[in-house]
Write a protein that binds this ligand. Sequence first.
Ligand code: PLP
Length: 392
Amino acid sequence: MSSAPSSLDIFAARKLAGLEKRNLRRRLVATSARDAVHVEQDGAALINFCSNDYLGLTHHPEVVEAAQRAASDYGAGSGASRLVTGGHPLLFELEARLARFKGTEDGIVFGSGYLANLAITPALAGSGDLVLVDELAHACLHAGAQLSKAEVVTFRHNDLEDLRYKLAAGRSTARHAMILTDGVFSMDGDIAPLPGLLELAAEFDAWTLVDDAHGIGTVGNGRGAAHTFAPAAKAPLQMGTLSKALGSYGGYLCASRDVCELLRTRARPLVFTTSLPPASIAAALKALDLVERDPAMTARPLAHAKRFCDQAGLAEPSSPIVPVVLGSETQALDASAHLHREGFLVTAIRPPTVPRGTARLRITFSAAHELADIDRLANRVRHILDQREAAE
Ligand SMILES: *Cc1c(COP(=O)(O)O)cnc(C)c1O
């Protein structure tokens, strides 16, 4: 059994040791959720302040029941790609509902948000085109841009001057241009300057793709980052996920009929992958019902974040994502361990998820959190920040 380790295993072990030394090794810990905010890890009961289950819909009785019913009625899996076996009628219904919710002609559902972004940019841009990406946009927007074979240029975070400069420099020699940004930024919680960005896009004839994975259900009356502006600033390509505030699984794009039809025919992560299981589709449909029925519910995560920031002495947040930037990997890991001992699950976020030197706690708020727990966490975070200041 104990033969000499292969070069493959030696390679993996060395890589891991290097990451460990730089405090960049990540470990998966078994965590079971009792409800939207209470979890158990290694026997410890913790309150989860780092999940994206902003509305607690993963455990909402109506959502769970819809998923159970769909699994009993239609089976556990979907069997094949939609282009082979045809799509489940529920999937067409979900696409129509998403389009209505986002105010577009059509919508497409993908296996996940990550897959959606691997699908969209490569289906629309290629060699000879220019793709401009906000430097802090989600990893899968960057991955989709790279996969497209277009020229990829990053612009400074939320910096319209820099974007204009780069459009002016590259647009005239490119056949087509795209601009890629998060709506609500996943690690910083700030919102893209969409009206100005769309104006630039119009001026330079660039197609804008907004990834609102963290915006749907949480800002703009639950309708997303576009609706935090008046009038709403709607990009022609509105992408998002069913996996965060909607409590289910899967990704989507809302766009014009022709754009969606083109993607249905050409997007490889749609054509060559099995479609969502019926339970996930039914859960997302029910979650959309709840969000449309009760916009007041969608205001709660941000209200919780504001209360927290006020008490912890942090700047007012614009979404339920609150970054507490600490700097080094060790500082972030230590702060996370401290909160863990106090009964809070707040994972340290380290490079490459965030830029070097900006390791942080990323605290997220759910409609399901209790005010007393929010206040207790604010107190602990204020303490961490005070100690840090005293040490400087
Ligand atoms: C989580 C996330 C995704 C990926 O969505 P999944 O459905 O989890 O694959 C895409 N974009 C952003 C901004 C995200 O935060």
